[in-house]
Design a protein around this ligand. Structure first.
Ligand code: GRF
Length: 194
């Protein structure tokens, strides 16, 4: 059974899909802790509802990003976390963090990386850029996290159609549905390999 730590910043629907898939016995892993950099992240409530420890760590309590990341690493180590999942986590990890968990951190991104990835591409901005590009296909990617932004090697990727009348909202919800299938599949794979 692999000890999983999940980092979030928002509503946590990707976290919820992991919780549900673990509940159904699809994944040989257990979420030991959920950490958020945002106090109001609903994902913290989702964790608490199913008895998973939920921790808000306030960036303001630290002098630097390095110090903030050190605290997160400390909390993960305390719980012998073996796999770190970034599920809508919007802060960049420090070099030290990535080196501490080499090829043990994965991220879900709402596009077909490397397209529409990297600095500044998150949330609505990704889907807005896809619509403006005129591309007829987009998708979601689960990748290992390295020291870059959205640049680590790809684990799983799947496409969705961009429809003529799509808005940012309609496209985002279609991609999110895919994410909720893709992330649990990637975590399942890794929990069988680690
Ligand atoms: C998702 O679109 C994900 O691709 C991106 O941030 C969003 C997280 O949504 N990384 P949620 O907090 O899991 O609902």
């Amino acid at each position: 059974m692999i000890n999983i730590g999940v980092l979030i910043s928002g509503s946590g629907t990707n976290l919820q899909s992991l919780i549900d898939n673990i509940e159904m016995g699809n994944i040989n892993g257990e979420i030991k802790i959920v950490i958020s950099n945002r106090k109001d992240a609903y994902g913290l409530v989702r964790a608490e509802k199913v008895g998973i420890e939920a921790l808000y760590i306030n960036r303001e309590d630290f002098q630097s990003d390095e110090g903030y990341n050190k605290k997160i690493i400390e909390e993960l180590k305390k719980r012998n976390i073996e796999l770190v999942v970034l599920a809508g986590y919007l802060k960049i990890l420090s070099k030290e963090f990535v080196q501490n968990y080499n090829r043990r951190i994965i991220n879900i991104h709402p596009s077909l990386l490397p397209d529409f990835g990297g600095k500044g591409y998150y949330g609505d901005r990704v889907h807005k850029a896809v619509l403006e590009s005129g591309k007829k296909t987009t998708g979601a990617t689960v990748h290992f996290v390295d020291e870059g932004t959205d640049t680590g090697s790809i684990i799983l990727q799947e496409t969705v159609e961009v429809k003529e009348d799509d808005t940012v909202e309609s496209l985002q919800s279609r991609v999110l549905e895919l994410e909720h299938r893709l992330l649990p599949r990637a975590v399942k794979l890794l929990c069988e390999k680690l």
